[in-house]
Ligand binder design. Structure first.
Ligand code: AMP
Ligand code: TRP
Length: 332
């Protein structure tokens, strides 16, 4: 069998994923299920490095699971699970912390950015050790590929360095994973500020299309998207970032090419075009939102699906961990 192992993770930090998360990452998670042995993890332990509110945190973890399933991650074909359900992540995480150098961990740009934001004194130790837990997530499953955005490239490199170091010092234990860096073409921008990326933390509420938003809310956001001078529907990221972003969104969801869309809307104004984009987005998201809401209505069933996923994950994770412990000379 030539199936490749794929692993990725996403933090349950909001009530809804947005269209940028979907087109930039999650759509490819769905596609990678075909022909691969995919493991997808809701990384709740990583989310503890930020502020959490317990009731909301619990709700968001379940909402993330419901949305992933509704978006097309099949709990039968893939292994979908919650990180904290598989204790091996923490256990291997500690080993990775004992392997990583203070200097190399200090060079992680995500840590530097995030700790600089809140001031060095308020940064948590967990933010510092975050990449070593991520390395454990990946190495436990002997993943071939890790589909992530460009911003995660450095963490994948660190993971490879740690795996190499371990294998060299203690014997072959971990497969060296490769980043499957998602194509830049799928970057989605804020509707109100089309020069910055669509994001819950930095963007405006009106600029972010959420999967769990009502069709009415998303229609309104698209119809009031910032557009550019002129009235031609043309892809030109420099002069027309707003229209270009809407063209990208339409094309990604409808499967029609940008030039086909430019032709269709030749001679028509921005208003017509935005109406068409709104219809494509709303009709695409409608069944996804409905399915997610349906899954959330039966919480026990959803949790059961996640437990089944964790049971499958644990089989692989515990094998890797016991091999690791043995190679380290820990007494069984
Ligand atoms: P975040 O929650 O911002 O860390 O994003 C989770 C995943 O979605 C990452 O793999 C990001 O690369 C991807 N992502 C987030 N925002 C966008 C965006 N505006 N366009 C494309 N991909 C995005
Ligand atoms: N750090 C990743 C992000 O911010 C999330 C993540 C945690 C992850 N563990 C992972 C991604 C393992 C890929 C593999 O997007």
């Amino acid at each position: 069998m030539t199936q490749k192992r794929v692993l990725s993770g996403i933090q349950p930090t909001s009530d809804s994923f947005h269209l940028g998360n979907y087109l930039g990452a999650l759509k490819q998670w769905v596609e990678l299920q075909d022909g691969n042995d995919a493991f997808y993890c809701i990384v709740d332990l990583h989310a503890l490095t930020g502020e959490i509110e317990p009731a909301l945190f619990r709700k968001r973890t379940l909402a993330s699971a419901a949305q992933l399933i509704a978006l097309g991650i099949s709990p039968e074909r893939s292994t979908l699970f919650v990180q904290s359900h598989v204790a091996e992540h923490n256990q291997l995480g500690w080993i990775m912390e004992c392997l990583a150098g203070f200097g190399e961990a200090s060079r992680m740009t995500q840590f530097k950015d995030k700790s600089a934001k809140g001031g060095a004194d308020s940064a948590r130790v967990g933010l510092f050790t975050y990449p070593m837990l991520q390395a454990a997530d990946i190495l436990l499953y002997q993943a071939h590929y890790v589909p992530v955005g460009e911003d995660q490239r450095q963490h994948i490199e660190l993971t490879r360095d740690l795996a190499t170091r371990f294998n060299t010092r203690f014997g072959q234990t971990f497969r060296l994973p490769e980043g499957h860096i998602l194509k830049a073409g799928a970057k989605i921008y804020d509707l109100q500020d089309p020069t910055s990326k669509m994001s819950k933390s930095s963007g405006s509420v009106a600029g972010v299309l959420e999967i769990m938003d009502t069709p009415e809310a998303n229609t309104k956001k698209i119809k009031s998207a910032a557009t550019d001078a002129g009235r031609e529907v043309k892809f030109d990221e420099k002069e027309k970032p707003g229209i270009s972003n809407l063209l990208t969104i339409h094309s990604a969801l409808s499967g029609r090419s940008i030039s086909e869309l430019e032709n269709e809307f030749e001679g028509k104004g921005y208003g017509d075009f935005k109406g068409a984009v709104a219809e494509v987005v709303v009709e695409y998201l409608r069944p996804i939102r409905e399915r997610a809401l349906e899954l959330l209505e039966d919480e026990n069933h959803l949790i059961e699906l996640l437990h089944t996923g964790a049971d499958k994950a644990r089989v692989v994770a515990s094998q890797t961990l016991s091999h690791t412990y043995k190679n380290l000379g820990l007494v069984k």
